[in-house]
Structure formats: structure tokens, C-alpha cells
Write a protein that binds this ligand. Structure first.
Ligand code: ADP
Ligand code: MG
Ligand code: MG
Length: 901
């Protein structure tokens, strides 16, 4: 049997798996000598044992008693002692931070007797009754299951009856009366009396916190954040300190830097005469830390020093909770703080500059996902006019949607495909589903450390909070702006989480500062810190990475942009896109051709157009490889819809007319080519093998483009890629044709044209016979989209909407295999193909050109699997560069990476 309880002095920061993040960090602060009220932590193991068996593991309570005795003797008072009670908090804390998702109970140890003792000992009767009513409220709702709204309602009623705007104005008598009301409420709602025994209060609180691990909102949060369901929560028991002892007391939250922008300097909110969550709950308006400096300069100075200590010790942005009890500062929590993408880059670069972390560690501290977020568009406000209101820019980004006023409505509309903005006075953990469903969150109260702000930042969701100019009327489902504008539910608003401005209607979008920088190397004012950090960390990643990064580009414009974004070539140029649009009729003509002559006529009409395309792309990527894939999709994709045509022909016949000859012919062709499973039908290399002249025309277009570029003094590096090969024989025949045409063009032009010929590996059979295929291929490129479809037997278009969300819910996979490569299945095929391909041909060049090439987790896999390059859409190129660099560092520093959560 393991140990179930650790005193703060026995724990350490790296024991988070056992003590939870909160318990481990309280222990760490204790070790650092910071002023932490004493306490101890029950382990996650104890929680798991309890949740598994339904009863507390043997020995748990005797260990708790022993630790409690130590806290009591240090304080010289007993838990709940009638004349001068020691009070405790019971706090949840899992390995990964789940802010506000589980329960905490404060002021344990108060009852009808000890409340009088507390009043006398503190000399503050109001404080004693305020603490007692908080206990009954928290214990009643969390442990005894009484609806929290009942207590809120009773409190609101009392304030109204006394004509006071907030709880601070309630007197000791008011609060004593409120305690009675609360106790009656508890009895009425639960059929049980509020327990007077401090020991029972403690025990039941601990068990309730264990149980809150499986609460609905905790589960929802874990699913969204990909936190395992079987970790359990630790429980921390700690001596209470009191911020609600009057104006010389209070409680607050602080960050060592601004978590929204990364700007250095303390950042936080403080609320005088308050306990616990008051400061983040938006019940009264908080003041900034600069105000605390005026109110209580000594505590402020001490707080600043502690924050510096923590930041140097953790070598990262920390966020903390603190309480001041009659001028004495106490530290109640710290953790490495959540931050926006912008702040993540800015802070990583600053810490490296300050010498707190090595440059490579700075790279490990940011992610491709964060970089992608910085590349999202921003509002173009040049014509937007005056905003409706301005609040605090709590979590950046631009989002527009219909205003909705509660979580359920947000979820309902989002399910129906509508974009919504959740508008509340403030949010609580119960609003989580609505926050997930919304594009943005807008609140009229609370600071940058309020629940809305913290949770939105954690989710990377746009948030403006504390927009005090808004009068939010949840009942009437509308808000009113300062200028009198009324916005009813359903009206579109645009929320700018980077500036705090909220506009009525849809504001158009423009490029972000990072995109502007990538496009032309320029950066602009406000975001300079983050943009400069992006530039530096990308450069670092480029120096570290082994993987090359190419782009998937079908047009010269895309190729040029990809090159500006750092692409080292084109990994996939899809020729079929070049057959669409107005060229479709030419393809139609080729398909309908009745004889060789007609087909050749159609092909020669296509040839110059294709040559033009290739010339442009080779020019944009001059000196870099451009992998051109021969036509892939089924031919019927180029023909009109079968039903439309059939209806047209039938309608003509019904009117007694002959259908247009062209229509009839087309319908014939469409019927002839109809396939039940086009994905598995006549496409890829199969097309080239059965449609005469098709491959020759495409290869000729490539070769002639190479000749042109060579003559123009360029250095074109075209590569020809054959799709959907399953057997080496297919490739051998196709390759012979490719080489015949290349030789022909070389001969005609007098310019030698060498193009490496390779294949996609996108069928399981290709991966399994890669050794044979490599005999005919100079390179492999994994088409991981088709490879995923054919490995799982999924047709992507059919399955994603139909049942993927059910599969995700049931935990069959934790991410869609089309977004993140399935390592066990598809990944295994990739490894087999790499090994056997290289064994047959050691200089085989290997890359990937499916969308996975730009997915962070997949990039790490491709690095580990030994690929030479990844290729992705131009906008993902910077993301892939960054992640390829991080993957290289991780590989050299196995297990040394920091915990990204
Ligand atoms: P969460 O995980 O939601 O942050 P916490 O366990 O941190 O919950 O507690 C909720 C609130 O109660 C916090 O504001 C915290 O600072 C306060 N609190 C917890 N323990 C104590 C204590 N011993 N004395 C005073 N305040 C406390
Ligand atoms: Mg906390
Ligand atoms: Mg494919």
C-alpha cells in the first residue's frame, strides 16, 4: 500500500502526477520559503482507489488525522475549536490544471458554536457570519447537492430587502439571518441538517472533491483538452487565511507577465474585503494591482518580490492566487500560466533574452498550433465605424456571430451550423458548453483574470471581458450599448479580442501581422514583440530541423506565396485542377472522342494550357524541386452530373422533342463511366494505362515547360509522380511511357530534359511491396489521405459527417485519423515502406504530401520515421517548419521536453 497523504513540506513540483498540480506547487512554494498557509495533500492514488471501489482506502483517515494534528499543533488551535476555531479549505487539484472544473470548499470547521468563537477571537462579528454563510453555501451545494442557485437567490433577496448593492454592505445581523435561511434551505432541499461536526464536514468535503472528478463539466473539459479520464484528482487540505476581514484584507490573482500580450511586468486584479473566488466571479469590480500598491504598499512590494522569485524558479510565466489578511500576505496557489499564442511567442523570446532559458528551450515552449492561430485573419476596421463598446482584450483573434445570451442557446444554434457569440454578464463553469460552441465570448463584468478570460485563453477562443458599457439583459435576451443601441438575440456582432472592441454587424477580415511579416518581412506596431519572436523562433527551427518543408501548390501564385513562407519546393502539384473551370469542355471532348483523331485534337488543345501552368510554377520555384503528379481523379468528375443530364434529356423527350445531340452523347458517356465507388475505381495510374495519350500529353507539357525555362536561363527541377500505384508493374509501364516522351522532347528541342520519376504510396499494397516498387521509383511520396481511407476502409466524405463525432465520443480515436496520422495502423505502413524502400534503393527520396504534412503531431511522426520532407498547403508551411524544428530537438533531448499542459 502506498502513502496517501503528504505534508506540504514533503512534496515537490515534479510530483504533480501524485499530488496534483496545485498540491505539488504549494509544496514547491513552501520549499522556496514563500508564505503558504500550512497543509497537506491527499494523493490522486487515494482518489482513484476511492472512485474504483466506492470506499476510502484503508489507512487514509488515520493518515489524515496525523497530518491534521500537526497543522493543529502548529496553529495552537483545533479544527472547529469552539472558542477559537482553526478553519480549513478542502481544494481539488488534478495533474493538469482544470480551472474551476472541480470543487473547493472553504471555511470548514464552523458551526453554531465556533462561529461565535471566531467572532470573538477575530473581534469581527460580521466576518465570522460571512464565513459561516459561505461554508453552508459551498458545502450545501457541493457536498449535499443543493442547487447553487437557491443560495444565490436567497442572498439576492436579502440584498434587495436591505436595499444594498453588494454583499459587503450586509451587516453581521443580516448575515446571521442568512445563515439561518441557508440552513433551512439545506434541510428543505436535501432532507438533512447541515452537519455541525467539523470532522464530518472535513471527511464529506474530501469525498465530494474526489467525486467532482467525475462531474459533468469536468468530464467535458477533459474531453476537449484531451486529458485522460482515469487520472483522478488530488485533494489539498489547508489552513484558512482570511481576505474578508475588512478593508485591510482582500484577495487577488496575479500573473508575472501579461498573459494576453506577453508584455513584462506584473499583471493582476485585487478585491478588498473578499474571500476565494469573489475576485474572479465578477460580483464586485476588482481593482488592478497598481491600486493595491496605493492601498497596501508593503504587501504589494512583497507580492512583487515573490512573483519574481517564482518566475526565476519556474523559468516561465506564473499565475498565482494570494490573500492579504490584515496586512499579511499569503500565497495560495501558483502554476505555469496559460497564455495566448501571441504571449507564448513573446514570452519565450523574452525569457531567452533574459538568459532564463536556452534558445532551444524557447522553441520547445511554442507550438505550431499557436503559430497557426497567429496567422488567422484580423478585422479590417478601417470602415467599421465606432465600436458598440470596448472591453478588455482578454483573448485575441477576430470572430463574428449571432449574439446569444445563454449556454444552451449557444449550443443549440451552433449545432444547427450557426456562428454565435456568447454574451453574459460573467461566465461560470456551467457556461463551458456554450463557450465551446461559441466563436467568441463577451462579458460585461470581470477582469482579464475572470473565469471567462482564463477559460477562453486556455481554449484559444476570442474573448472580450469587462465591457462595462454594456447593459446585458439575460431575461430579455438582449444588450444595450452605451449609445443606446439595442442588440437582440440573433443579431450579428463582431468581437475583436486583440483590441477589446465590439462592433455591430460583420466586419471584414484582413491579414494578421504575422502573415504580413511572412509575406514581405514587415511587422507593425502593437504586435512587434510577437512577430519578432515568431521570426526568431522560426529561424531557430530552420537551423535545427532535418525535415525539408515543401508546399502543395497548383498555381504559380500559390507556389510563389509558399516560397515566401519558406517552402523548399513543391511537394505536390495536382494537375487535375488545371483541367477544371473553362477547360472542362476540352476534357469533355477528350472523353467523348469517337476516334484517335478526335482524341488527339482534344489533347493537343489541352497541351499548351498545361505547359503554361507548369512554366509559371517552375518559374516561381526556380532552383527548387517541383513534384508534378499525373492526373488522378476519376474521369466522370469532369462530366456533368448524371441526374441533371438525365432529367434534361427526359424533359426534352417528354415535350416530344429530340434532346440536344450533345446532351444525349454526354449522358451515354456518363452512364458508361458511372462507378459505384469512384474512390476505388478508374483513377490514378489506372487512367493513364487505359486512356491513350493522356500521360504522354501531360509529360510533354512538363518537358516543354522545362525546355522553356532552361532556355530562359532558369533552373527548372520538375519531378514526375505517378499516383495510386499498387503494383510495380503499373509503375514500370507508366514509367516507360514517361521516359519515352522525355527523350522525345529532349531530342526535338536539343535541351536535355531529366526528370526524376517517382510514385505516391497511398495504397496498403504499395506500402507492403515498397521494396519492389522502389526498383522503378526514384522517390516516394506518401499520400496519407488515400492511405488512411484505404487502410481503414473509410471514404472520408462519407464517414466524417456521419459518425466521426460518435467515434471520438466513444474514444475509438482521440483525433480524426484524417487530421492526425494514425500511428499504429497507417504509421506502421509508412514505416514498412520507408524501411523496405530504402533497403532496395538507399538514395530513395521520401516525403509526404497528404494534409498530415502540416499537422504538428504528424510532423513529429514523420521526423521519427526518417522521411526527407513534408509537404503541406502554403499556409501550413511555417507551422511545419516550426514543428519540424521542435521534432528534431525533442529527438535529441528524449524526455527532456517541458510539460506542454
Ligand atoms: P480552483 O481550482 O477553482 O482555483 P481553489 O482550490 O484554488 O480552486 O480555491 C478556490 C478559491 O479559494 C481560490 O480563490 C483560493 O485562493 C481560495 N482558497 C483556497 N484555499 C484557501 C485558504 N486556505 N485560505 C483562503 N483562501 C483559500
Ligand atoms: Mg485556484
Ligand atoms: Mg491520393
Amino acid at each position: 500500500m502506498g502513502r496517501y497523504v503528504y505534508d506540504f513540506s514533503e512534496g515537490r513540483r515534479d510530483m504533480a502526477a501524485l499530488l496534483g498540480g496545485k498540491g505539488a506547487n504549494l509544496a514547491e512554494m513552501t520549499r522556496l520559503g514563500l508564505p503558504v498557509p500550512p497543509g497537506f495533500t491527499l494523493t490522486t492514488e487515494a482518489c482513484r482507489a476511492y472512485l474504483d471501489t466506492g470506499s476510502e482506502p484503508a489507512g487514509l483517515w488515520s493518515a489524515v488525522s496525523a497530518h491534521l494534528s500537526a497543522v493543529e499543533s502548529a496553529a495552537g488551535r483545533l479544527l472547529g475549536q469552539a472558542d477559537d476555531p482553526l478553519l480549513l479549505s478542502v481544494r481539488s487539484g488534478a495533474r493538469f490544471s482544470m480551472p474551476g472544473m472541480m470543487e473547493t470548499i472553504l471555511d470548514i470547521g464552523l458551526n453554531d458554536d465556533s462561529v461565535l468563537g471566531l467572532a470573538k477571537a477575530s473581534g469581527n462579528e460580521r466576518f465570522a457570519w460571512d464565513s459561516y454563510r459561505r461554508l453552508v453555501q459551498m458545502f450545501g451545494s457541493t457536498v449535499m447537492g443543493v442547487d447553487a442557485g437557491c443560495f444565490e437567490g436567497a442572498l439576492a433577496e436579502l440584498k434587495e430587502a436591505r436595499g444594498v448593492p453588494d454583499d459587503v454592505r450586509l451587516t453581521a445581523d443580516d448575515l446571521a439571518e442568512l445563515v439561518e435561511t441557508f440552513k433551512e434551505l439545506v434541510h428543505r432541499e436535501s432532507g438533512e441538517y447541515f452537519p455541525q461536526s467539523p470532522a464530518e464536514q472535513l471527511r464529506r468535503s474530501v469525498l465530494a472533491v474526489f467525486q467532482s472528478w467525475n462531474g459533468e463539466r469536468a468530464r467535458l473539459y477533459r474531453r476537449r483538452e484531451h486529458i485522460a479520464d482515469d487520472l483522478g484528482t488530488a485533494v489539498t487540505v489547508q489552513r484558512m487565511v482570511f481576505g474578508n476581514l475588512g478593508p485591510d484584507s482582500g484577495s487577488g490573482v496575479a500573473f508575472t507577465r501579461d498573459p494576453a500580450t506577453g508584455r513584462p511586468g506584473l499583471y493582476g486584479d485585487y478585491l478588498p474585503d473578499a474571500q476565494g473566488e469573489d475576485v474572479v466571479a465578477g460580483i464586485r469590480n476588482t481593482v488592478p494591482l497598481t491600486e493595491l500598491e496605493r492601498l497596501d504598499p508593503e504587501s504589494h512590494a512583497r507580492l512583487s518580490a515573490h512573483l519574481r522569485t517564482l518566475e526565476r524558479h519556474y523559468r516561465d510565466l506564473c499565475d498565482i492566487e494570494f490573500t492579504i489578511e490584515r496586512g499579511t500576505l499569503w500565497m495560495l496557489q501558483t502554476r505555469v500560466g496559460k497564455r495566448t499564442a501571441e504571449a507564448a511567442f513573446a514570452i519565450a523570446a523574452q525569457l531567452a533574452d533574459e538568459g532564463l532559458i536556452a534558445p532551444d528551450e524557447a522553441l520547445a515552449r511554442v507550438s505550431g498550433e499557436q503559430l497557426a492561430r497567429l496567422m488567422f485573419p484580423r478585422f479590417d476596421t478601417s470602415h467599421a465605424g465606432e465600436p458598440l463598446v470596448r472591453g478588455l482584450p482578454a483573448s485575441p483573434g477576430a470572430a463574428a456571430g449571432a449574439a446569444v445570451f445563454d449556454s444552451a442557446e449557444a449550443v443549440r444554434r451552433a449545432k444547427a451550423g450557426e456562428k454565435v457569440v456568447l454574451v453574459r454578464q460573467e461566465t461560470t463553469p456551467d457556461d463551458l458548453p456554450g463557450m465551446i460552441a461559441a466563436q467568441a465570448v463577451l462579458t460585461s463584468r470581470g477582469g482579464k483574470t475572470s473565469h471567462a478570460a482564463v477559460v477562453a485563453r486556455g481554449m484559444g477562443k476570442v474573448c472580450v471581458c469587462g465591457a462595462e458599457g454594456l447593459a446585458v439583459d439575460i431575461g430579455e435576451r438582449r444588450f444595450t450599448a452605451a449609445d443606446g443601441t439595442v442588440v437582440q438575440e440573433g443579431r450579428i456582432v463582431s468581437v475583436d479580442g486583440s483590441t477589446g472592441a465590439v462592433y455591430s454587424g460583420t466586419v471584414p477580415l484582413t491579414d494578421s501581422a504575422v502573415i504580413r511579416f511572412l509575406e514581405d518581412g514587415s511587422a507593425d506596431g502593437a504586435a512587434t514583440g510577437a512577430v519578432a519572436a515568431v521570426a526568431r523562433l522560426l529561424a531557430r527551427a530552420d537551423a535545427a530541423r532535418r525535415l525539408e518543408v515543401r508546399a502543395n501548390a497548383d498555381t504559380p501564385e500559390d507556389a510563389a506565396r509558399a516560397r515566401r513562407f519558406g517552402a523548399q519546393g513543391v511537394g505536390l502539384c495536382r494537375t487535375e485542377h488545371m483541367f477544371l473551370g473553362e477547360r472542362r469542355t476540352l476534357v469533355e471532348a477528350m472523353i467523348l472522342a469517337r476516334d484517335e483523331t478526335e482524341r488527339e485534337a482534344a489533347l493537343s488543345a489541352l497541351l499548351p494550357l498545361q505547359r503554361e501552368d507548369f512554366t509559371g510554377i517552375l518559374e516561381a520555384m526556380d532552383g527548387l524541386p517541383v513534384t508534378i503528379r499525373l492526373i488522378d481523379p476519376p474521369l466522370h468528375e469532369f462530366l456533368p452530373d448524371r441526374t441533371d443530364l438525365a432529367v434534361r434529356v427526359a424533359a426534352a423527350r417528354a415535350q416530344g422533342a429530340e434532346p440536344a445531340a450533345h446532351d444525349a452523347e454526354l449522358l451515354d458517356a456518363v452512364n458508361r463511366m458511372h462507378e459505384e465507388n469512384p474512390m476505388l475505381g478508374l483513377r490514378g495510374v489506372r487512367l493513364g494505362l487505359v486512356v491513350p495519350g493522356l500521360v504522354a500529353m501531360q509529360v510533354r507539357a512538363v518537358a516543354e515547360a522545362v525546355v522553356r525555362r532552361t532556355r530562359a536561363g532558369g533552373s527548372p527541377r520538375a519531378e514526375i509522380m505517378v499516383p495510386l500505384v499498387g503494383a510495380v508493374e503499373e509503375l514500370r509501364i507508366e514509367r516507360a511511357e514517361v521516359e519515352r516522351v522525355l527523350a522525345e522532347v529532349s531530342q526535338e528541342s536539343g535541351v536535355p530534359v531529366h526528370c526524376p520519376v517517382g510514385t505516391m504510396i497511398e495504397l496498403p499494397r504499395a506500402a507492403l511491396t515498397a521494396g519492389r516498387i522502389a526498383e522503378e521509383a526514384e522517390f516516394f511520396s506518401f499520400g496519407t489521405n488515400d492511405l488512411t481511407q484505404t487502410t481503414w476502409g473509410f471514404s472520408r466524405d462519407d464517414v466524417e459527417a456521419a459518425f466521426f463525432s460518435a467515434y471520438l465520443d466513444k474514444g475509438i480515436f482521440s483525433a480524426s485519423p484524417f487530421e492526425t496520422l494514425d500511428r499504429d495502423g497507417v504509421g506502421r505502413l509508412v514505416r514498412i515502406a520507408v524501411d523496405e524502400g530504402r533497403a532496395a534503393r538507399p538514395d530513395l527520396k521520401i516525403g509526404v504530401c497528404g494534409e498530415h504534412g502540416g499537422d504538428p503531431a504528424s510532423v513529429h511522426f514523420f521526423h521519427a520515421a526518417g522521411l526527407d520532407y513534408v509537404s503541406c498547403s502554403p499556409f501550413r508551411v511555417p507551422v511545419a517548419r516550426l514543428e519540424a524544428g521542435r521534432a528534431a530537438l525533442e529527438a535529441t533531448d528524449e524526455g527532456g521536453g517541458s510539460d506542454s499542459r
